[in-house]
Design a protein around this ligand. Structure first.
Ligand SMILES: *Cc1c(COP(=O)(O)O)cnc(C)c1O
Length: 396
């Protein structure tokens, strides 16, 4: 393999860049994949080199070749100035806050935010003297009405966790940047393949790599990408100061997942949409929350800004007891009941967002259920759910 220059590499299309990024067989004894390098200590050839830390890698917490290989892949699809990697998706969210905010700052957070991120704002940020105001995810340009003199950042997530509200990111970015306010985004649902967040002006973009990057429900990992070199400098400094190194095995597994990510999403997007459509036609289902589904809430924004969809969405059932929901879900044979998503397997979970929302009150009348569609045969999945609906009706 002849080595490409950075400009030659940059000209390649995204599928090819995801295939090639971070592997250089001359660095891994000729093998296709990068080596898993474990280590804390780096030894230096002499005192002089040690004193100035003259080495490609200086110490385990400063970086490592396996992690760099993952960063190359993440960077090439984020298209920003630089990425850092964290031990979980949640840590990627919390690092974004920690790197960008200081005591006395105010931050605006969408009411549809991933719940553990909300918890971090309520605990850690509060303790650090950082004030959080939650806002309606549909706020758009009116976000400007919530700015205070000390507002430093707006946290966005589109579509929102569990309830899938879309956000008008360009309108929020325009309002925020007019006031020197940063826009941070949890872009896990779309991945950079389907929403080019930095191109839309998002300053700090977070991925729970646990989901579609890793893709196999066997790794916890996160990435944070910065739009500009200045932002990357702050982000990387915070990452370094906190000592947030990850295990090289996790970097390796995530990178392996990323090699097939475009292919998995190409299969999972239409599968999710077909399932959403099928569910929407059932009498037991009151509403489908999937922004890529024509007619669903947020579809117009999705169509304008996004180039694809992942296979995670939710449904609102027609009013029915939780006992009936239990009868439906407990008997499923292909769908696991569990959190997280983005793997090859289908998942389902009931949720109640009314329990923790503060800025908005979703108008759900029936129970709400989130589904993740994996790589199983769609007809088998439909048969599993069809039998589940029969149990639901019998228990109603
Ligand atoms: C899962 C998830 C996270 C957190 O990822 P973990 O690796 O599980 O900590 C963050 N944001 C969103 C939107 C998620 O779905």
């Amino acid at each position: 393999m002849k080595k490409l220059s950075p400009p030659e590499f940059a000209r390649l299309r995204v599928k090819t860049r995801l295939n090639l990024a971070g592997r250089d067989p001359t660095d891994s004894y000729g093998f296709v994949n990068p080596a898993i390098v474990r280590g804390s200590t780096v030894v230096y050839p002499n005192t002089e080199d040690f004193l100035v830390r003259k080495a490609r890698y200086t110490y385990g917490t400063d970086g490592n070749p396996t992690i760099d290989a993952l960063l190359a892949a993440a960077n090439t699809i984020e298209g920003g100035a630089g990425v850092v990697v964290t031990p979980s998706g949640l840590m990627a969210c919390t690092l974004a806050f920690l790197a960008m905010l200081s005591s006395g700052d105010h931050v605006l957070v969408t009411d549809s935010v991933y719940r553990p991120t909300r918890n971090f704002c309520e605990t850690f940020l509060k303790r650090m003297g950082i004030e959080t105001t939650y806002y309606d995810p549909a706020i758009g340009a009116d976000i400007a009405t919530l700015f205070k003199p000390n507002t430093k950042a707006v946290w966005t997530e589109a579509p929102g966790s569990q309830t899938f509200e879309m956000q008008d990111i360009p309108a929020i970015v325009a309002a925020a940047h007019a006031r020197d306010v940063l826009v941070l985004m949890d872009n896990t649902w779309a991945t950079p393949l389907f929403f080019d967040s930095h191109k839309f002006g998002v300053d700090i973009s977070v991925q729970a790599g646990t989901k579609y990057y890793a893709g196999h429900s066997d790794v916890l990992i996160g990435t944070v990408s910065a739009r500009t070199p200045e932002l990357y400098k702050s982000l990387n400094r915070a990452w370094h100061e906190l000592g947030l190194i990850i295990a090289p095995e996790d970097a390796f597994l995530t990178l392996r997942g990323m090699r097939t990510m475009a292919l998995r999403l190409k299969e999972q997007m239409p599968a999710g949409l077909e399932m959403a459509q099928w569910l929407g036609e059932r009498p037991e289902v009151a509403r489908v929350l999937h922004p890529a589904l024509p007619g669903a809430p947020g579809h117009e924004i999705w169509k304008r800004d996004f180039t694809g969809a992942s296979s995670l969405f939710a449904i609102e059932l027609a009013p029915v007891s939780m006992k009936a929901v239990g009868a439906m879900l407990d008997g499923l044979t292909l769908f696991g009941i569990g959190a997280s998503w983005g793997g090859y397997e289908s998942l389902v979970l009931p949720f109640d967002c009314k329990a923790y929302r503060t800025a908005t009150t979703p108008d759900f009348k029936g129970p709400t259920i989130r589904l993740h569609i994996g790589l199983e045969d769609l007809d088998d999945l439909k048969a599993d759910l069809d039998a589940g609906f029969a149990r639901l009706r019998a228990a109603s």
